[in-house]
Design a protein around this ligand. Sequence first.
Ligand SMILES: NC(=O)c1ccc[n+]([C@@H]2O[C@H](COP(=O)([O-])OP(=O)(O)OC[C@H]3O[C@@H](n4cnc5c(N)ncnc54)[C@H](O)[C@@H]3O)[C@@H](O)[C@H]2O)c1
Length: 320
Amino acid sequence: MKTVLVTGVAGFIGSNLTSALLEKGYRVVGVDNFDDTYATHFKEVQIAPFADNGNYVLYRIDVCDAPALKAVFEKERPVYVVHLAAKVDTRSAVTMPHLYIAVNIEGTLTILELSREYAVENLVIASSSSVYGNSENVPWTEDETADRPLSPYGATKRAAELLAYAYHHNFGIHITCLRYFNAYGENNRPTMVPYLWTEKLLRGEEIEISGEGSRKRDYTYVGDIVQATLLAMEKPLGFEIINVGNNTPVSLTELLATLEKIVGTKAKVKSRPSHSASVEVTYANIDKAKKLLGWEPETSLEEGLTRLVSWFRANRLEER
Ligand SMILES: NC(=O)c1ccc[n+]([C@@H]2O[C@H](COP(=O)([O-])OP(=O)(O)OC[C@H]3O[C@@H](n4cnc5c(N)ncnc54)[C@H](O)[C@@H]3O)[C@@H](O)[C@H]2O)c1
């Protein structure tokens, strides 16, 4: 049985990945500090199903705490590491850049150091479509320079990729950086648009739409993101950066229309100004993921949103 160390295990993608890893017969060593980007009780609920699984262990530690993390590597000797822990909000990164640099860059550096020291067979690092900023060369390919991020968040994700390359170059570690695009689905982060609008629609509350609603996002179902992550983890490739997106951007207006159809109500809509760190469009070229990982998304927006709505009804409707 192979051991996988997953940082950010209690989060949106981390909890979905952990379910899939345990189902596939891996042993999962989870690391999370339950940071306050959103309500920590959601994270507790997300990991609750794993508590009784003998192949799962959780360490409540900060990825910036190098001695504590080293002790975990020493004890658990992971074969693979999937590094998802991060400060994740593009807007708050504009006002709290130091914190983003500490967690997303220095925290990643600690993971790189320990992966080297403990000879991890393959390291997967969560990067983001934010590295592309407002580049007009859509659909974006991985060979873009990606040197104009709009938010310090994107800058930290790009910096982490660059550090990862240097570690691969000097120490020969296998590292794949996955640039995730706009995940949505079960255990959705409650600050993201698909979640917020599902909540408002189901509660009959007003929805805020940024600008004219023409901004487009390449919404990607979390189950598809998990599949890409598993494939990347199981296939050491030297060093690669790979887009993981849906390759089908939709406007905010189209997203809302699809949600309205699924929920069966019309939204009350209020327009609000767009944030300066918000990009116009996200759009992944996924040829590289197809070629190197044999991956492509399988879940249509309507199907994925239907799952999000059902999950929300079953798990969050009673919450306030
Ligand atoms: N969700 C998306 O659409 C998306 C898009 C692009 C990239 N990503 C990246 O994917 C990863 C997972 O994102 P998510 O959507 O699941 O977010 P999330 O906030 O739900 O999960 C991140 C987890 O990391 C933990 N964490 C934060 N700081 C930590 C620290 N210092 N030490 C230990 N744990 C810490 C948090 O408590 C949280 O549980 C992140 O690296 C994010 O940047 C996500």
